[in-house]
Design a protein around this ligand. Sequence first.
Ligand code: HQG
Length: 184
Amino acid sequence: MKTDQTLISTSKFLSLILRHQPEAIGMTLDAEGWLDINALIAAANERGTRLTLEVLHEVVATNDKKRFALSDDGLRIRASQGHSVAGVDLKLEEQNPPESLYHGTVAAFVESIRASGLKKRSRNHVHLSADEATATKVGSRRGKPVILRIDAGAMHQDRHQFYLSANGVWLVDAVPTNYLTFPR
Ligand code: HQG
């Protein structure tokens, strides 16, 4: 039966496999982060995670953040952002960012961010939000959110490259501290 819980646990499983640990089910992402859907379903079931094509399609369609995308031919799936797997290049086009972008974090990280700017840490990009409400949700995953403003217009002028994921998350390599505004 397809309960909300099935959809949530399938979304978490797909995030794990498609962003971080495809080797957990013996798979390897291709250079642009795609996995063949039939192979993914077979490997998941062989390793004890129940997965059907129907549930996979429902997760892709209904996921709150549209975390996953299908290839045009419908045969492959990938995560739209959030990867830590080395060497994945989503081949996104560079974009002109809005003047301001936002990053939600927590107080415990602020001193380190003041000192060294925003770093990718375990992921392949620094993730930035288009609005403060989204950044607040991102920060809230870790505690009381602290919202930083990024002077994306100035960064872009200074030739930093910006990418926009298929689900609306802005991706950059790093944000040096001089482009950050901290709350007072
Ligand atoms: C912090 C979720 C100390 C940074 C979200 C963050 C997003 C530093 C944490 C996506 C630092 C990294 C990514 C520095 C950055 N010193 N701490 N120099 N630079 N940090 O999870 O942005 O729901 O890798 O503030 O919605 O929190 O999974 O990044 O707190 O889009 O689809 O280091 O993941 O999407 O944490 O989240 P993360 P994030 P999903």
